[in-house]
Design a binder for this molecule. Sequence first.
Ligand code: SF4
Length: 261
Amino acid sequence: MITANYIKNNYIRSLPTAFCPGCGNGQILNAIARAIDELKIPKNEIVAVSGIGCSAWITSPYLKVDSLHTTHGRPIAFATGIKVANPKLKVLVVSGDGDCTAIGGNHLIHAARSNVGITVIMVNNGIYAMTGGQVAPTTEHNYKTVTTPYGNPSFAFNASEIVKAAGASYVARWTTWHLPNLIKSIKKALNKKGFSFIEVLSPCPTYEGRVLGMDHIEMLHWYREKFSTNAEGFYKIGEFVDIEKPELSEEIEKIVREAMK
Ligand code: SF4
């Protein structure tokens, strides 16, 4: 049986945690480590890339694999470079919803369109957490944040639907309540040839919970009750896309071989 100590000793760097008590980031780190272990991926065959935000710390510094901690919104661009330079590597991006859908939004759409063989785990807490809980592109209509105390007048991106429409090979959405499903999806995504995307709804009790009037336990119960495979729109969880299609670095290699003839 894989114990928590085994995961900790083999996959997690022993450093003081940067995460607040009850933050979902620890569970996502746990899920990633378990998926890598279950797939038996050698640590020198996987690279983790993150941008800026609380969730960027999941892989850098905590996950014990080679990692790049890049600039705000750009982890997908760095990851694409790594994959094209060395297609044998598994390249994992962990990016917050602000990082991934605001400043990095175009990278996300075009990575899905080009079907580059990287895995993006988008940690969605519906706000900019690291900078104090401001409204984000993923904040739902009418939700209160520190910068929208009377409710968000705008509307949220449905990131999974956007990535699906852009042409990704694998798309799924879970919450940190649905840990076994999340681990299964990460395993599938890491083995997928083309672009794979997993949106994970994750509690930020410090900023989101405080404004919504919930602690971390209540937030998890909220996830369990509100998000289901039978729900509609943003509240629907599950696998939305699982297809095979040509992958970008393979297509580039074909062109290089043709040009070398
Ligand atoms: S601010 Fe929110 S997202 Fe950031 S570490 Fe704390 S609980 Fe987690």
